[in-house]
Design a protein around this ligand. Structure first.
Ligand code: PGA
Length: 245
């Protein structure tokens, strides 16, 4: 399976800043047959960035999409519109959306259906809150986030799972590499059991940086990373990408 690194820029960069950073990525990061990367800029900047960098090899994705296909939904952007501006991917179920925007499983199922209908690849985030981690409820939480979510008829090559413990996002804290590896193995086993899918792609996210990335990526069941803060600096993101083997 190809290893994957996702740069989640969140709501940090506008068009000019985003184009500058994307240009650095395109110069510094070397793709090969074993690994690739995806940039998730703010949505309004994507067309501008694409024009500026003029590098069709770079993959773009959106950080979210509407649960609705079309219509009177002020402020929403549909999966079709995201596809139209040249995105290949969409991130769904990030904990910031689940917590701040109250996205529940019903909403996420609708987003998944719209994204797949529009031939977008989905990066679907799962992960436990600190209270669940402390009570050793991580597997239980993840099982509930994954079960009864996808139709068995879909093409699971278009699904990527990102394991992001909520308490590890932007906090400089991470689970141990053994814990990360165990949860990744568990997620793969869940997909086999529930959806009969072997070896689903599972990325780790939450405070990945230059110092911990090599060890995290060396874990057997880790297929790449979802990087927030450390993806805002080209030099650091390049080195994290170089650690992905
Ligand atoms: P972080 O964010 O790398 O800044 O912890 C990861 C994410 O939220 O995707």
């Amino acid at each position: 399976m190809k290893k994957l690194l996702i740069a989640n820029w969140k709501m940090n960069l506008g068009s000019e800043q985003g184009a500058k950073l994307a240009l650095k990525f395109s110069k510094l990061l070397v793709k090969n047959k074993n690994k690739d990367y995806v940039i998730l800029p703010s949505l309004q900047s994507i067309l501008f960035i694409k024009q500026k960098i003029n590098d069709s090899a770079i993959n773009f994705g959106a950080q979210d999409c509407s649960q609705f296909p079309v219509g009177a939904y002020t402020g929403d952007v549909s999966a079709a519109m995201i596809k139209e501006i040249g995105c290949k991917y969409v991130l769904l179920g990030h904990s910031e959306r689940r917590l701040i925007h109250s996205e529940n499983k019903k909403i996420l199922k609708e987003k998944i259906a719209n994204a797949l209908f529009n031939k977008l690849k989905i990066i679907y985030c799962v992960g436990e809150k600190l209270i669940d981690y402390k009570k050793s409820n991580t597997k239980k939480v993840i099982k509930s986030q994954i079960s009864n979510l996808f139709s068995e008829k879909i093409n699971f090559n278009n699904i990527i799972i990102a394991y992001e413990p909520v308490w590890a996002i932007g906090t400089k804290k991470t689970p141990s590499v053994t814990e990360i590896n165990n949860i990744h193995e568990y997620i793969k086993s869940l997909f086999l059991k529930i959806y009969k899918i072997k070896n689903i792609c599972v990325l780790y996210g939450g405070s990945v940086n230059l110092n911990n990335s090599k060890e995290i990526f060396s874990a057997r069941y880790v297929d790449g990373g979802l990087i927030g803060g450390a993806s805002l600096k080209a030099g650091e993101f390049k080195k994290i990408y170089d650690n992905l083997n």
